[in-house]
Design a binder for this molecule. Structure first.
Ligand code: COA
Length: 341
């Protein structure tokens, strides 16, 4: 190429650059428009919620006064329920404020995922992240059972601190994006971060040597249970996605519920096995706390495992009646919809 040809190429590129500038200007205007539309949507959403709360209150007082349930009252109640669900769907497409925890860790960066497909992908990635880390923890726990090598123990314990800490951040992002994850599971992961941190600073003394094997067996066990949980949770995720995409009929919903109960009845015994293991660890640590060399870590960990064991058992026990009533509600809703169609 001689200089003239290079100059000509440059002139050509200038035309392309003008095109890029026009597109970018268009994009920036649209972004601004999106921001304005989001603001307007939020305002309308709040307006709907405010007026609906007034109507719901008025309906309650009408209901108290009337002796028999009026047909119009029942229809209005049903419509309010439906509207609430629709507002929830609309809200999922709008950006949300970060929780305090996220604000402290990430600052005011926006973590809202506005697209259903991207939400699904993020959740799927979260489940896969848990699976991969559990597989690594399993290998490390087995190695630690076979070899007594302090650096290997520290690597595993440090990995646990990092893993649980990361989980709390990912779960807070999921929560901002509409996940119905229960407060206990999030708190459980906060407590687990602290537990792993305390184990990390536990000095290498006789009480640690007494406890070490039980702890490694526990990590190996929960890693296997985590694999089972992964199979169940990703099954739920893909089935719910398919139901949403097909805009289901009651047969598919019933199919989903029967699959869910099969999955749960296979998983629950292993989960309760894990909770018994946690209570057993609390008891073991309580006994070790009487050892003359026992440091403060032992009683604190004993209390923490007791708390985790009780909290997990109670939350999982409460899940069964909750799932039954949800299923009943869905079934009624579907029947109602089928009638009106
Ligand atoms: N960790 C993270 N997220 C959880 C969770 C957990 N332990 N349990 C439930 N969730 C999430 C679900 O994925 C779902 O999310 P979504 O709203 O984004 O779709 C939401 O919380 C509501 O779930 P829910 O319907 O209450 O339960 P589920 O059917 O999805 O799962 C269990 C039920 C019992 C399988 C599940 O709660 C679980 O695995 N619990 C055991 C955890 C445990 O004990 N770990 C320690 C092992 S020793």
């Amino acid at each position: 190429m001689d200089i003239e040809e290079v100059q000509k190429e440059w002139e050509d590129l200038r035309v392309d650059f003008k095109r890029l500038e026009t597109i970018n200007k268009d994009y920036a205007t649209k972004l601004e428009e999106v921001g304005d539309l989001q603001g307007a949507c939020m305002k309308e959403l709040n307006h709907q919620r405010y007026r609906m709360s007034l109507i719901a209150n008025a309906l309650k007082s009408v209901d108290k006064k009337s002796i028999e349930k009026d047909e119009r009252l029942l229809t209005l109640e049903k419509e309010i329920m439906k509207r609430k669900a629709m507002l929830h769907e609309i809200e999922a497409t709008l950006p949300k404020q970060n929780s305090l925890y996220l604000k402290i860790i990430l600052g005011n960066v926006n973590v809202s995922i506005l697209n259903k497909n991207d939400k699904f992908k993020y959740k799927d990635e979260y489940e896969k992240f848990k699976l991969i880390l559990s597989a690594i923890a399993f290998v490390l726990a087995v190695l630690n059972l076979l070899i007594d090598f302090r650096p290997l123990q520290l690597i595993m314990i440090f990995l646990l601190v990092w893993y649980y800490c990361t989980l709390t951040i990912r779960e807070s992002i999921l929560k901002v994006n509409g996940s119905r994850i229960k407060g206990w599971w999030r708190l459980h992961h906060f407590i687990s971060t602290a537990v792993a941190g305390i184990i990390l600073v536990w000095p290498q003394n006789e009480p640690w040597n007494e406890f070490r094997h039980t702890f490694m067996w526990f990590i190996a066990y929960i890693s296997v249970v985590q694999y089972m949980q992964f199979r169940y949770q990703s099954g739920v995720l893909y089935r719910l996605k398919a139901l949403g995409a097909r805009h289901n009929m009651d047969i598919t919903i019933e199919g989903f519920h029967s699959w869910m109960w099969r999955g749960l009845s296979y998983l629950l015994p292993f989960l309760f096995g894990g909770y018994m293991f946690q209570l057993y660890i609390a008891y073991t640590l309580y006994q070790i706390s009487y050892h003359p060399e026992a440091t403060w870590q032992v009683p604190v960990l004993s209390m923490s495992f007791l708390l985790i064991g009780i909290g997990n058992t109670a939350t999982t026990l409460m899940l069964i009646p909750q799932k039954l009533s949800e299923q009943d509600q869905k079934w009624r809703q579907n029947k109602g919809e089928a009638k009106t169609e």
